[in-house]
Ligand binder design. Structure first.
Ligand code: ACO
Length: 323
């Protein structure tokens, strides 16, 4: 088994910022309500003529540059997204064309907000079997394009963005023995598909549909599920929760992030939170938060990082790695 390592990280946010006050102009809500219940202050919004693949490409270019690689080196592209450009081809194939990567493996992973953690586990598996030497793992979403803008219970929660990482075999990267991806815990409970879903699709309505959510029921499952996955992931990785330097959670809601932290007794200073500025960007939220914390100097090479997420399915999971 070949161990894999994270060798580059990058992210991209579309230019337009939409504040809570902007939303309050057309939906019955307030800055105070949104901040108190979610911690969200603003979100970024892609242009109508700017598809998900464009955000993914910007993030991918930065991650490749960070890894000292070019598109010519890429042999696998996995895009975790729930808002693909088209039903097919995969957004990964479109990204491949746009960055000019050679013929390689390219496909999308759909596990909604947990998609990035799922995609990372897939890349780790390909690297482990010697099938990939330079994998681009991207989380890219335009959740604003799934919103029912008359539904205040959902439209205030989501935003657009993309994050990418490069995964390579650990050997030859100047890494130490304990670096690289350490372990995963991945879960899905298909009995809860009706708690969070989009009410459209090619084989049902023939339309894209809008996001629907039983928010407080999702909330109730989130903290318990995520805490269990973190515990299982730490066991699988041979580490303990107190050893972790940085927790990079999926950014859905500050109350969920805090609830998980309290349940596991996490030091608040070790928890990366970007939900105030990014809102919930689904599969993009973890690499966006990871990149923000690397850029501001908190997360450094050699740090032990734990990712966790939960989303529609319900799906959830966690992943530990040493950067
Ligand atoms: N502005 C003002 N009032 C609102 C808004 C809004 N944007 N949205 C809902 N309300 C009202 C409701 O209508 C309700 O009014 P009522 O009492 O008159 O009926 C009241 O606020 C309370 O509604 P609740 O749904 O009980 O509010 P709650 O405290 O549960 O907060 C929220 C709602 C923020 C959605 C919360 O349940 C939550 O965060 N859930 C987790 C869901 C989530 O983050 N999902 C993301 C995808 S899954 C994931 O990524 C983990």
């Amino acid at each position: 088994v070949i161990r894999s390592a994270v060798t580059g990280v990058g992210s991209y946010l579309p230019e337009q910022v939409v504040t809570n006050a902007d939303l309050a102009e057309f939906v019955d809500t307030s800055d105070e309500w949104i901040i108190e219940r979610t911690g969200i202050r603003q979100r970024h919004k892609a242009r109508d003529d700017q598809p998900t693949s464009d955000l993914a490409v910007e993030a991918a270019k930065k991650a490749l540059a960070d890894a000292g690689r070019t598109a010519a080196d890429v042999d696998m592209i996995i895009v975790a997204t729930t808002t693909p450009d088209m039903t097919f081809p995969s957004t990964a194939s479109i990204v491949q064309r746009k960055i000019g990567a050679p013929t390689c493996i390219a496909f999308d992973v759909q596990a909604v907000c947990s998609g990035f953690v799922y995609a990372l586990s897939v890349a780790d598996g390909f690297v482990a079997r010697g099938l990939s030497k330079c994998a681009l793992v991207i989380g890219a979403e335009e959740m604003t394009k799934l919103m029912d803008w008359s539904d205040r219970t959902t439209c205030v929660l989501f935003g657009d963005g993309a994050g990418a990482i490069v995964v390579e075999p650990r050997e030859g990267q100047g890494t130490t023995a304990d670096q690289g991806l350490l372990g995963f815990a991945l879960r899905s409970d298909g009995t809860k598909t009706d708690l969070l879903y989009v009410d459209g699709g090619p084989s049902t309505t023939g339309s894209v549909g809008h996001l629907r959510m039983a928010g407080n029921q999702v909330f109730r499952h989130a903290v318990v599920n995520i805490a269990e996955a973190i515990t299982a992931c730490c066991e699988a990785s041979g580490i303990t929760v107190p050893e972790v330097d940085w927790f990079v959670p999926h950014q859905a809601n500050q109350r969920i992030i805090k609830g998980v932290g309290d349940r596991l007794g996490l030091d608040e200073d070790k928890v990366i939170s970007t939900v105030a500025m990014h809102a919930n960007t689904s599969a993009a939220s973890i690499p966006l938060a990871l990149d923000a914390a690397i850029q501001d100097g908190r997360i450094k090479k050699g740090d032990l990082v734990l990712l966790e997420a939960m989303g529609g399915g319900l799906t959830w999971g966690a992943c530990a790695f040493r950067l």
